[in-house]
Design a protein around this ligand. Sequence first.
Ligand code: C2O
Ligand code: CU
Length: 479
Amino acid sequence: HRPSRRAVLGGLTSLGLLALTGSLAGCGRQNEVQLPAAPTAALPIPPLADSRVEDGVRVFDLAARPGTMDLLPGFPTPTAGFNGPFLGPTLRASRGERVRVRVANELDEATSVHWHGMHLPPEMDGGPHQPVAAGDTWEPEWLIDQPAATLWYHPHPHGETQRHVNLGLAGLFVVDDQDTPAGLPGEYGVDDVPVIVQDKMVGEEGGFLLDTSGNEIGILGSTLLVNGARNPFFEVSSQRVRLRLLNASTARTYNFGFADSREFALIASDGGLLASPVPLASIRLSPAERAEIVVEMAPGETIMLRSGRVELGAVAVPAAFGGEDEFDVLELRAAGELAPSPPVPGTLARIERLRVEDAAGLRDFRLADRKINSKEMDMGRIDEVVRVGSTEVWEVRNTNPYPHNFHVHDVQFQVVSIDGQDPPPELGGLKDTIYLEPRRVYRIIMRFEDYTSAKVPYMYHCHLLLHEDEGMMGQFVVL
Ligand code: C2O
Ligand code: CU
C-alpha cells in the first residue's frame, strides 16, 4: 500500500521526504533508506589525540559521548563517539612508553574500551570484564611493548558490542617504533592517511538500524562511510601515499583496491610491518582487520579507492605538484622495465618467525552456529589455560557454510597454514584477526608473554559482532 522507498527516494526534495517519512513514523519496523548519491566532501581526518606526560607516563583523555550526524535531511542520526559525535581521535605512542588513558563514560549506559591488537595486562584489556558504568571513569595504564602498528580501540561490553561500535565508538591507536625504516610516507594526515571504513543501515527516521534479519552474518548496510564521510576526496601533496585501512564495520568484509586495478604495496598487516612489501591489486579485510598500503600516483592523477565495484572515495595529487620523483619508480614502471615490485625502497622490519617445532601443542577451536567448541560465551567460565612463555599452535575451523573471523586478545599471531597449505604472502606478517572462509581450517602460532592472571581472562572470538554478541566467544587465562 505504499511506494517502495528505494524507488521514490532519489527523486524527492527534502521537504517531500520529510512529509513521507513523517507519515510513516510509528508504522512499525523501519526499512533501510537508500541515500541519494552524496556530493564529494573533504575526507575528515581523525585528529591526533592530545596527550601530556605525568611522572613519565603519557596520558590521554577519551570521553565516550552521544552525538548526532546528518545523513538524511531533516532527520539527525543519533550516534556516539569519543571526544566528539562520531569515531574518536587517533591515539599515538611509541614502543617503550608507558601510557594511561582516562576513559570517561558520558553515555547513559555502561560500555568498555578495548585496545584491539595491544599486548597488555588482562586487567587493562577493556573487554567485558572491565565495564565502565555510565558516568564513571576508568584509567588503564600499560607499557607499549610491541612493533610499530596500526591498532584500534572500540567498546566491548558483554552482548552489546555490535550496537556500541555501530553507533560510531571506534578510533585508531598507532604504535611507533624507533626501528621503523626511513623512506615510508609518515606525515599523519598529509601522506599517511587513516581510512576507517564502515557500512551503515540508515532507517527512515535517520537512525542506524540493527537489522540482521536478511543474512547469517550481521548488519550489511548500503551507506558507506570513510572516517564518517560519504564520497570523500583527499588531496595529497606527494606522489606516494600510505593509507592505514581499518575495517570498522560490524559484519561486512571488503576487498580494497583502486578503480584502475593499479598495484599497491602492502607494507603492514594488523600487528605491524611485513618482512618485505607485498605487491597486490586488492586486499581483503574482514571486520577489525587492518592493512597499511602504499600507493604511487603521478602529478595530476586522481585514483578511486573502492571495494569490489563500490567506490569509497578519491585520492589525488595536484597537477601543480613538482613531479620530481626521487625514486623513478613510476617512469620505470611505465616503460615496463620494472616487473611488479614494491614501491617502497629498502627492507622493512624483520619479524621473528615462531617455529612450529617449539610449540607446546595444538589446541582446537571449532566455530559453528554462534558457538566455539559447542559452547556459548560464559563470563564465569575459563575455557583455556595457557602457560606464560609458551608458544602455541591453535587450529581454528569454520564449520559453517558462511564466513566468520577469529580474533585473539593480547597477542599477535602468525598464520602457519590454511587447509594445510602455506598462507599467501599478504598473510605472512603479524595478525590479530583472521578471516575464516567457510569450511576451512587455519593454523595460527603465537607466544604468550609477560602478563599472568588466574582470574582475569582475555578473549578470543569471532569479530562479526552479531556473532560475538550472540556467544561466539571464549575466555583464556595466562598463568
Ligand atoms: Cu576488537 Cu575482542 O575485539
Ligand atoms: Cu562469526
